[in-house]
Design a protein around this ligand. Structure first.
Ligand code: 1CP
Length: 354
């Protein structure tokens, strides 16, 4: 095996947890649930732990990253932890000038727009990932039978920040670059794919039992551009972790038209955003694909009655898939009342228990 003897996936507690069962198409004891951005500003204990400490520093301090990863598992009894980090961490560890600006997101010192810019990018040294390995090891030591999900940004989403130099709405510059300078785009896509693959591998080797590739902004692409300029880079990142045998989830927002291509890129489970009902997603995928999703984050603030009625519809639509991991259609909004999330987990567990 490509995993050490002590890897959590070798324990039956993790391997037969509801989360791992659902991710591998086996019927779980109850429908597993976790939330994208479950660690973060919705939790008072997160705000306390982060007091006076920058986002990147928090991610690179192993004890703190482990503690923040564990907080939502303790509080909400979710079926999986997601490693507390960020899609720009591999870039940072490679030596790229990047910071996460409060209230804004990742911002680069200098955008990457030409072939020369790409050629000047530093390579990620494997040893630079040691704080990540240490944080993952500390986390899984505390998690018991709850699996840890490792993640990385997909090459397009990562490259979108690099080319824009920061967050943007339409990702015009990277979409222009593909066509205007395909050679530079290709080189950047390969850099981002290698770097994301290394980040994923480090988390899996240190104890993550599943991975999620976040192509959050892929929905800004048409299918033709996705297939021509993006898919092979995501496929590379997914292929690099295939040898570990951990389930690979592939998620993006606004990707209703891209689901089959994103699945073909090499995913085992498809994440679906809140815009497309899961039964329709399953139909577009041709059946047989485990799904993850897709409670509308807006419903978290709509009151329990509306939220649980909406959840019932999501659970019902999820029956169209061989197995279903419940999640939101995108991240937990920072303003969310955390007691709503705790109650939602309990509601899902009780109403789906076999
Ligand atoms: O001050 C803060 O608390 C910073 C807010 C924050 C947090 C909590 C950022 C900045 N990143 C994170 C953690 C994070 N980022 C996780 C942790 C685990 C969890 O889900 O609980 C994960 C998986 C990410 C991944 C990430 N970062 C994505 C993909 C997921 C998604 O939400 O689509 C993206 C697009 C980013 C970029 C990013 N980092 C931070 C922000 C605010 C953003 C988005 C900026 C934008 O709108 O473009």
């Amino acid at each position: 095996s490509h995993l050490s003897g002590e890897h959590p996936l070798h324990s039956t507690g993790v391997a037969d947890s509801p989360m791992l069962k659902a991710l591998t198409g086996r019927q779980p004891q109850h429908r597993p649930v976790w939330f994208m951005r479950q660690a973060g500003r919705s939790l008072p204990e997160y705000r306390a732990a982060r007091e006076g400490i920058g986002m990147l520093e928090s991610c690179l301090t192993p004890q703190l990253a482990a503690e923040i990863t564990l907080q939502p598992v303790r509080r909400h009894k979710v079926d999986a932890a997601i490693f507390f980090s960020d899609i720009v961490i591999p870039m940072k560890l490679a030596g790229v000038d990047v910071d996460i600006v409060p209230g804004r997101g990742p911002v680069l010192g200098a955008p990457v727009r030409t072939l020369e810019d790409v050629a000047a990018l530093p390579e990620l040294e494997d040893s630079a990932l040691d704080p990540i390995r240490e944080a993952v090891a500390l986390t899984v030591a505390e998690l018991g039978d709850t699996p840890l999900i490792g993640f990385a940004g997909a090459p397009f989403t990562v490259a979108a920040y690099m080319v824009e130099g920061g967050p943007s709405r339409d990702h015009l510059r990277p979409r222009t670059m593909m066509h205007a300078d395909p050679e530079a785009w290709e080189a950047l896509g390969r850099w981002a794919a290698r770097t994301s693959a290394q980040f994923l591998a480090a988390q899996v080797e240190a104890g993550a039992s599943a991975v999620q590739l976040f192509d959050s902004w892929a929905g800004s692409l048409g299918e033709a551009d996705y297939r021509r300029f993006v898919m092979k880079h995501s496929a590379f990142a997914l292929q690099q972790v295939e040898k570990y045998g951990v389930p690979r989830i592939h998620f993006g927002t606004g990707t209703a038209e891209l689901l089959p291509a994103m699945h073909e890129a090499g995913a085992d489970v498809m994440g679906v955003d809140y815009r497309l009902p899961l039964d329709e997603a399953e139909r577009r995928l041709g059946g047989g694909v485990p799904l993850q999703g897709n409670i509308d984050p807006a419903l978290l603030a709509a009151g329990r009655t509306a939220l649980f009625a909406h959840t019932d519809r999501v659970l019902e639509a999820g029956n169209a898939a061989p197995t279903h991991v419940v999640n939101l259609g995108h991240g937990v909004p920072p303003s969310t009342d955390p007691t709503v999330l705790t109650d939602l987990v309990e509601y899902i567990h009780t109403s789906t228990r076999k």
